[in-house]
Ligand binder design. Structure first.
Ligand code: PRT
Ligand code: ZN
Length: 285
């Protein structure tokens, strides 16, 4: 039987989350430390541990069938692979930043300036779209120090919290690209591998859906039941069971994480008591 080869980052910001998500799909594999490849137990899959920059290339060439990689790396690599799903982690943005004391009003201020980056293609596309000519200096690491050592007037780099920019005396002036980790696949997988991928996607979707939802249990006075149920638009209508206590019911439902605290507040105001909220492991429709 063929095995699906999934490439993930060996060591870095995407490694732990990638492994966690695979494990939550009930796919486990032996300790990977120091290894290049590890075969999963009880699922036809092998995990390849690579540098993130190599993943698009390996997937394009079919050395790996699938890969988990940041969209920033994927787009910059310009490789011919298919994006399958967004993974929901590794979120960041690629931004332009300038020294804090620079008078900046618009991106036109960067015309004829030197910009340091590890993402020359994405930056060039952005500058072209704004009709701006600037000089791009490609550097592979510590881009944020380029202005202070006189190497560039501005930088284009990954930003997450913004604290790296702050501590280097820079300010973020334009967000040019939003990124998160994505699952990519080789074009032209065999039918057998495509079938394994569908099994993997089924599990991934149910895990990701579960992460976005919570199981909620509460006690409601019967006279408020209608109001409380209207606040709980779950996947199905909520389960309502009478409590031993006269005039009260227990209500079970699934609610989304979005506006979670606001919903809880409204449930309380409607008379709900003993609200219990639990994580969901898998959610299958
Ligand atoms: O060794 P390998 O080549 O595999 O790893 P790497 O060092 O190239 O990548 P790594 O592990 O740093 O990042 C992997 C991926 O995580 C990136 O390609 C992004 O898709 C994603 N990601 C998410 C980030 C960040 N957040 C992030 N904050 N990648 C980098 N950063 C860096 C950024 O370069 C800057 O130096 O963090 C700093 C900014 O962070 P804040 O929080 O101070 O703004
Ligand atoms: Zn890298």
């Amino acid at each position: 039987m063929q095995k699906l080869k999934l490439a993930i980052q060996k060591k870095g910001r995407l490694s732990d989350e990638s492994i966690k998500l695979i494990n939550e799909c009930d796919i486990s594999f032996p300790d990977s430390s120091g290894k290049l490849v590890s075969a999963a137990y009880e699922f036809p899959m092998e995990i390849l541990f690579l540098r993130d920059d190599d993943i698009p290339d390996y997937v394009q060439d079919g050395v790996a069938d699938l890969g988990i990689v940041g969209q920033n790396v994927l787009v910059e690599s310009d490789k011919d692979v298919d994006e399958v799903i967004k993974m929901g982690f590794g979120k960041c943005r690629l931004s332009l930043a300038v020294p804090r004391n620079m008078d900046y009003t618009s991106v036109n201020d960067l015309s004829q300036k030197a910009i340091a980056t590890s993402y020359p293609k994405i930056l060039q596309n952005y500058l072209d779209s704004k009709n701006i000519k600037a000089e791009i200096h490609v550097i592979s690491g510590s881009v944020e120090i380029a202005p202070s050592i006189g190497l560039a007037d501005a930088i284009c780099d990954i930003v997450s919290t913004g604290s790296t920019l702050l501590s280097n005396g820079l300010k973020e002036v334009e967000q040019i690209f939003q990124s998160e980790a994505v699952l990519v696949k080789h074009k032209g997988l065999s039918r057998e591998k495509e079938a394994i991928l569908q099994q993997l996607l089924f599990r991934l979707e149910s895990v990701k859906r579960a992460q976005k939802n919570k199981y909620i249990l509460l006690n409601a006075p019967n006279q408020s039941l209608e109001k409380i149920i209207s606040l709980l638009p779950g996947i199905n209508s909520p389960t309502v069971q009478p409590l031993a206590k006269e005039g009260w019911s227990s209500v079970h439902s699934v609610i989304t994480e979005k506006d979670f605290w606001e919903k809880i507040q409204r449930l309380k105001e409607a008379g709900a008591e003993g609200i219990l909220v639990m994580p969901i492991e898998k959610l299958i429709y």
